[in-house]
Design a protein around this ligand. Structure first.
Ligand SMILES: [Zn+2]
Length: 230
């Protein structure tokens, strides 16, 4: 792919240049007003390797996202397992083996979105209460949000929130996020004592954190569903 053909340059009152690959795979350069065209080209040249790798990664993610189209035959993720969407005469959504069955004649995207929200409410609250007991760290409140930028958060007043996107992740990863947020009740930052506390309850936390990092595109799967139905 010829990188030069797909460059968008955005000038602003910033101090440094940065590169980004947008959803369409185009290169976006953010640059200060005063930087010359030539310096921008040099900056791009210098980072060729990064750009090619990042564009490749974006293409891979894009093709993964296509698998998750919300219609019969599409794939659907629930608790780390992939199901194929099928229509049946059943009255409500059912998970059977590797299929997720939807009632015929309904809007698959809407059904799946509502169902996922309901599951998230039940599963994430229950799990959080369980873990809170185990850790001896009680949140002030638990809420399930439609956040697409982060999996969970803990406020200064110990209100804990989880994104319902978490429902796509494997159970051990969900547990890690819950433990992570509960540990913030005791440690408000991400310094050493915090990670030691997390590790005490999830010895494989590094692996789980890495998994989330590599699967941030799951949020995009949900975003598409949400944009259609909220
Ligand atoms: Zn944190």
């Amino acid at each position: 792919m010829n990188i030069q053909n797909e460059v968008k340059i955005i000038r602003s009152a910033r101090k440094t240049m940065t590169l980004q690959i947008d959803a369409g795979g185009s290169l976006v350069v953010r640059a200060p007003f005063h930087v010359r065209e030539k310096a921008v080209s040099e900056f791009i040249q210098m980072n060729q390797e990064w750009i090619i790798r990042a564009q490749q990664k974006k293409r891979e993610q894009q093709s993964k996202l296509e698998r998750y189209r919300k219609q019969p035959g599409g794939a659907f993720l629930y608790l780390g397992k992939e199901y194929i969407i099928c229509e049946t005469k059943a009255r409500r959504i059912r998970l059977i083996e590797d299929r997720i069955e939807l009632p015929e004649g309904t809007d698959p995207g809407r059904e799946l979105y509502q169902w996922m929200k309901k599951q998230a409410g039940a599963v994430l609250r229950e799990k959080t209460r369980e873990k809170a007991d185990m850790l001896g760290l009680m949140p002030h409140g638990i809420s399930i949000t439609q956040a697409r930028s982060r999996w969970g958060s803990c406020s200064g007043r110990n209100n804990i929130s989880f994104s319902f996107c978490l429902m796509m992740c494997p159970v051990e990863v969900i547990d890690y996020v819950i433990i992570h947020e509960l540990c913030h009740i005791q440690e408000k930052n991400h310094k050493q004592p915090f990670w030691r506390l997390v590790e005490a309850f999830d010895p494989a936390y590094k692996e789980h954190r890495q998994w989330l990092h590599e699967h941030s595109y799951y949020m995009d799967i949900m975003q598409e569903l949400q944009d259609m139905h909220s």
